[in-house]
Design a protein around this ligand. Structure first.
Ligand SMILES: [Fe+2]
Ligand SMILES: [Fe+2]
Length: 176
């Protein structure tokens, strides 16, 4: 029987037969998914100075990553890369939205396409992805350790898991 599930990280809802392994919107792992009837909207905490600074930095990082993936999607001629970058661009934008809610920044639905951010080369795109995801994971691990607010900890924990999935996926592709 189909039912409604919600993600505790991004708040998005989806209809499925059973809980999927990852949120289809932000990529958060299964532990953050709940039956929509049990969902409670997370409260926005009062932020420490360091968390605010870290979240501002993370917001920019996610927007930038999304722009780069968007560029790769538009330039690539490889259907696999087009599909992969399409989902990565959306997921990173969702992350920016999640972070934005914590720091009171709203997302404009369209982020400008920047031609100069990438090339059409497949290997170069995958290597750039490894660089972006590795960088994000490193920052988010540090930010998680510096966070005192439970909501901020949950967000960084989920983001680390998602960016690690992206990294593993990309490295697997590079080995082919
Ligand atoms: Fe989500
Ligand atoms: Fe992200």
């Amino acid at each position: 029987m189909v039912q409604v599930f919600r993600c505790k990280i991004c708040g998005e809802a989806f209809v499925a037969n059973s809980k999927s392994t990852h949120c289809p919107f932000c990529g958060a792992p299964i532990k953050f998914l709940v039956d929509a009837k049990e969902y409670v909207e997370p409260k926005i905490p009062e932020l420490s100075e360091i968390s605010r600074k870290n979240l501002e930095f993370s917001f920019d990082l996610e927007v930038k990553a999304s722009q780069i993936y968007q560029c790769m999607r538009k330039k690539s001629k490889d259907e696999f890369i087009i599909g992969m970058m399409k989902t990565l661009a959306k997921v990173e934008l969702e992350h920016a939205e999640v972070i934005g809610k914590l720091i009171g920044k709203s997302m404009s639905c369209e982020i400008p396409f920047k031609e100069e951010l990438c090339t059409a080369d497949k290997a170069e795109s995958l290597n750039k992805t490894v660089e972006l995801e590795t960088g994000a994971i490193g920052h988010y691990k540090k930010f998680l350790s510096e966070a005192t607010e439970q909501r901020v900890k949950d967000v960084f924990e989920a983001l680390i898991a998602v960016e690690t999935d992206h990294l593993n996926l990309t490295e697997k592709e590079l080995k082919k």
